[in-house]
Design a protein around this ligand. Sequence first.
Ligand code: NDP
Ligand code: OXD
Length: 310
Amino acid sequence: MTVAVYLPSEEKSRDWCAMLGGLLPGWTIESMHDVADPGAVEYGVVWRPRTGDLARFPKLKAIVSIGAGIDHVLADTALPQDVPIIRTVGTDLTQRMREYVALHVLRHHRNMPDILASQAKSEWNQIVVPPATRRRVGVMGLGNLGKVAAQTLAGLGFDTHGWARSPREVEGVTCHAGADGFAGFLEGTEILVNLLPLTTETRGILDAALFNKLARGACVINAARGPHLVDQDLVDALASGQIAQATLDVFHVEPLPSDHPFWTHPQITVTPHIASMIDAPTGGQIIAANLKQFEAEGSVPDLADARRGY
Ligand code: NDP
Ligand code: OXD
């Protein structure tokens, strides 16, 4: 079996090849930056592939996304049609994401930005916030990541609501579904967490209309994809006070350009797409297991639905 690996950095591609080579003895693992024989490649393991890269492989059996999202694969306008796409998911990713969501929701809930601003002025500023039980938080997306994040917030005592495309049941979480359930989900939300996939339906969903439906002074955490957010609408909502604070892990352009105003905005916390970044050894184990299973059985449980977009 021949696998071609692509990450934008040639060095990282080589590291992943070496690591997958160790986990898949007898398989040929090559970097997509310099494939010897495109006709031999049966699997592509990719993060943000270049347009046309995967179309060079006539014998491609499956594409593996090095990550949970597949938007970066579907962005390839020359993508071969009907080649299955395998997501990389697992407990490691959900654990990392629940840590990130708990950290940033608690930070907004306990008003840490104001506490730190007071410390900078040596001010003893005893900010009293409502208990978590009276703080309404909302999680957009109740898939692998959103479900565990919502359960974590419910476990901390928050009044937790979740929103998905289809009706879901998550213990401790009030679930809302579809377009009909969207307004009821947003109403009164004080801390909003976005964990939706990026699709034609969800692109630009974090916009002025959504911000205006939240409680005044709400906080927004975007840990999904940059194009979910209409950047200028956030800047305007922060200026008007409709939104008090935002934590952003993902951006329209990554890495976020060094002159981007988000870096220095006093109401925005920037993290560099690390909410749940897979490390190569863990991701490699999951990917190698998926490749072996796909080769043996022709399918795996973690197949994405390209038509649906996630
Ligand atoms: P899943 O595919 O498991 O879940 C997606 C969820 O979103 C489902 O609950 C789905 O509803 C819901 N959904 C999809 N479309 C809509 C819609 N139009 N309206 C309402 N709900 C919708 O995804 P994951 O939880 O694994 O990952 C979510 C995203 O997180 C990824 O696509 C990726 O972009 C991002 N991510 C970010 C990381 C980071 O480090 N910042 C790391 C990993 C992922 P239903 O249940 O009805 O299908
Ligand atoms: C992912 C990511 O999709 O890291 O897994 O963003």
